[in-house]
Design a protein around this ligand. Structure first.
Ligand code: NOJ
Ligand code: CA
Length: 756
């Protein structure tokens, strides 16, 4: 292995030298604390390059920048630098909800303008060649300029963001991208936590391997999801987590993907160079651009401690500030759902077996024989509302409430749901009234079956229905192949659909939690009504989820925004939850408690069935108590795939706001005797190997005593043999104490700390 690695490094160095030894890196910036330096330069033939160093050592070796356009224009060379300016910022901003109350945005910026000479560049629109004898100038380009690109580099202490900007004074006015050619040249054969490159899904387990081994693993990653489109054996998705042999953690992702396709990364594993690989639209175009416009930010985080990856706010900081004037209607949500019983097969989304082909508006459901297993029936929904109200939750999601589930999947139907017509046994007005009387909101469900055209067609009426009956949150879903046919979940037109749905929802004061949509890139800063996304393999995969999956996601998927992972599964054996079904989940019960703290989401579900929680009321107490919106977050221990231990202090003003607040039992927990207690929650999870967490409580107020309640794996706990073995112990602790907590394989713990 060592010999192989030396060979690879030599190959890499040779490749780098032969291509880039003539780059003159004349422009650079340092991060505010001087740790990172980003360089930009061009070769004598005008090829733009950048590189990134940390404390003088290479993180990203010289890497190309540029594009190829569908009209053959080559935006990779012939550039000269015509301007450079520098700027910096050091400000704090307050997220509407988040892992902390204030976020510092502190960077140095370098903005370069590069221009290709006008000669030799084809006019973009006219179809007339500049060399044509009849050519008398380009009416599409009154600026008379060549292709002009601005490259904006923002360097933070923990990473780099850069993007391409296309100003109006430009040869490039309307242009189509064949490929973005941004490279990320690796400095070695790093360890990577990766999922296969795909245009349609992120619902995969992660593989940990050397970069050079990605090719050998890729086939095993194709799991046969409802919609999956791979493109290469060395294609991977972002956020990509890497670790170097010298112990640096590098994370490559993107921020603020707006009106542009999502990128995958394609690895040239001979030279260890990644490059962007955009998702094509139905005609193979990888971005239809109109100047002035910008690309998403390309991001490279680099830190020397895994905990700093979790603490980084790089992606959020690179997004635009909140676009909404009034955010008073946006609130955290702790919810349950008439959902897990469908996922596990105990009940169904559909109403009848007697209807192989639904004609919406024509089919008369009341004339059909129900199969008797419809989960979203009035009695069952009331049962959930009662349980949620009795245990202090905010909301109940109800899936399968609307007509169309008999042929929703696999049929590639355009007109699949109308989003407004309930099944005969779901009394929408009465159930909402019942819920509201008990302080509960119903969460709407809009499964689109990926027919985005159909969703847009019905969206206004669907949101109006929600407004009329007091729904303020929707879970949308995009299962299956996208309609319009040939589009992909991550292509530009579909990215624009998600944004359309989000902005339109904001107009209606509706919060959105989209499943199977594109993985987030920090847009929740700008649109805080995006309170959740799935966009990764979540609990619904049950026994197929690898131990350790939840120890990778905070490093990858959650870098872009919160995940509706749907934790809280106390019954791992599916045959108990849903008689007749098989399969076992691979985690301990205490692991599920830890997830409420290690996974940040302002939208947290207690996903298991009420009857499963009733069997473990003492452990359920932690789910009731734990907050979902935070004043501060501290990352006490972390290693991707192996373990994460996080401590968080609730935002008291959210809990005390009087509005729905993700409060659950925590509301009384905090204010039990009328005083404001100082409260912290700590959660831990670990992967395939057991882990002993050791951490100091020095984040507590040294002047106070705290009651600590620890929900931990029992001495014999094991995800295969004793997943439901747990212990609950109370003690009095101070800031001077240290805690040691043993986590079983795929185990975890929850700890609540309240000042006395
Ligand atoms: C997939 C989603 O992830 C899941 O939560 C939902 O229940 C089904 N689609 C049906 O919409
Ligand atoms: Ca899903």
């Amino acid at each position: 292995m060592k010999a192989l690695r030396i060979t690879l490094l030599c190959t890499l160095l040779l490749a780098a030298c032969s291509k880039t030894d003539t780059v003159s890196f004349d422009y650079s910036i340092n991060s505010p604390d001087g740790t990172l330096t980003a360089y930009f330069g061009v070769t004598p033939s005008g090829e733009p390059f950048y590189k990134l160093e940390r404390e003088g050592k290479t993180v990203i070796a010289p890497s190309r920048l540029g594009f190829e356009l569908t009209d053959g224009s080559d935006l990779r060379s012939g550039f000269v630098v015509t301007d450079v300016s520098f700027d910096s910022a050091d400000e704090t901003w307050q997220p509407v909800w988040g892992e902390e109350r204030e976020i510092r945005n502190h960077y140095n910026e370098m903005l370069l303008t590069i221009e290709q000479q006008p000669e030799g560049i084809l006019p973009p629109q006219s179809g007339v060649s500049a060399t044509d004898p009849d050519y008398t100038g380009d009416p599409g380009n009154p600026s008379g300029k060549g292709a002009v690109i601005r490259l904006r580099f923002r360097l933070y202490d923990d990473g780099l963001g850069f993007r391409y900007e296309f100003p109006l004074e430009n040869k490039l006015r309307y242009f189509n991208i064949a490929e973005e050619l941004t490279e990320f040249a690796m400095s070695g054969d790093h360890i990577a936590w990766w999922i296969s490159g795909d245009y349609d899904t992120q619902e995969y387990n992660y593989t940990r391997s050397r970069l050079s081994e990605i090719r050998n693993h890729s086939e095993s990653m194709r799991l046969g999801n409802a919609s999956a489109t791979g493109f290469s054996d060395t294609g991977v998705q972002t956020a990509l987590q890497l670790k170097t042999d010298s112990g640096l953690y590098i994370n490559i992702h993107e921020a603020a993907v707006v009106n542009y396709p999502t990128t995958n990364l394609l690895l040239d594993d001979k030279h260890m160079v990644f490059r962007t690989w955009l998702t094509p639209d139905a005609e193979g175009v990888k971005g239809r651009m109109q100047a002035p416009c910008v690309t998403p930010w390309r991001t490279v985080m680099v830190v020397d401690d895994a905990r700093k990856v979790l603490a980084s706010r790089l992606i959020l900081n690179l997004n635009e500030p909140c676009a909404l004037d009034d955010v008073s209607w946006i609130h955290p949500v702790k919810y349950m759902g008439v959902w897990w019983e469908m996922i596990t097969g105990k009940t169904q989304w559909s109403y009848t077996w007697n209807l192989p082909s639904v004609q919406l508006g024509v089919t008369d459901y009341s004339a059909l024989k129900p199969h008797g297993q419809h989960g979203a029936n009035n009695d069952n929904v009331r049962r959930y509302i009662d349980f949620a109200a009795a245990n202090g939750f905010d909301a109940i999601l109800v899936e399968g409430w609307n007509e169309g589930w008999e042929d929703w999947f696999g049929c590639q139907k355009d007109y699949v749901f109308d989003f407004v017509t309930p099944y005969p046994d779901f009394d929408l007005p009465a159930l909402n009234k019942y819920a509201h009387e008990k302080g509960i909101r119903l969460v709407m469900h809009h499964e689109t079956s990926s027919s985005t055209v159909n969703y847009e067609r019905h969206m206004e009426a669907a949101y109006e229905l929600m407004n009329r009956y007091g729904y303020d949150a929707v879970k949308s879903g995009y299962v299956g192949n996208i309609i319009p046919y040939g589009e992909h979940h991550y292509s530009q037109p579909v990215i624009n659909h998600y944004m359309y749905a989000l902005q339109h929802a904001a107009d209606h004061h509706i919060m959105v939690n989209a499943h199977e949509a594109v993985r987030p890139t920090g847009l929740c800063r700008t649109w805080p009504n995006l309170i959740g996304n799935e966009s990764a393999m979540g609990t619904e995969y049950r026994g197929r989820i690898d131990p350790g999956h939840s120890c990778v996601l905070p490093f990858t998927r959650l870098q872009g925004g919160p995940m509706d992972y749907t934790p809280g599964i106390f019954e791992q054996d599916m045959s108990i939850t849903a008689p007749g079904q098989t399969g076992k989940m691979r985690h301990t019960l205490a692991n599920q408690l830890g997830l409420y703290v290690t996974f940040y989401s302002p939208l947290q579900m207690a996903a298991d069935l009420p009857e499963n929680y009733e069997r473990f009321p003492d452990a359920f107490q932690f789910i009731k108590d734990v907050a979902v919106d935070w004043d501060k977050s501290l990352y006490l221990e972390a290693e991707p795939g192996d373990y994460i231990v996080t401590a968080r202090k609730p935002r008291l003003e959210t809990l005390n706001s009087g509005r729905l607040s993700g409060k659950s039992g925590a509301y009384e927990f905090v204010y039990k005797d009328g005083r404001e207690h100082d409260v912290w929650f700590v959660g831990g999870v670990c992967g395939e190997n057991a882990h002993e967490a050791t951490f100091s409580l020095d984040f507590l107020d040294p002047a106070l005593l705290y009651e600590a309640v620890l929900y931990a794996d029992g001495p014999d706990a094991d995800y295969e043999t004793a997943p439901q073995s747990y212990t609950i112990t109370s003690s009095v602790v101070t800031a001077a104490d240290k805690m040691t907590v043993k986590m079983a394989r795929s185990g975890g713990f929850g700890l609540s700390l309240r000042s006395l």
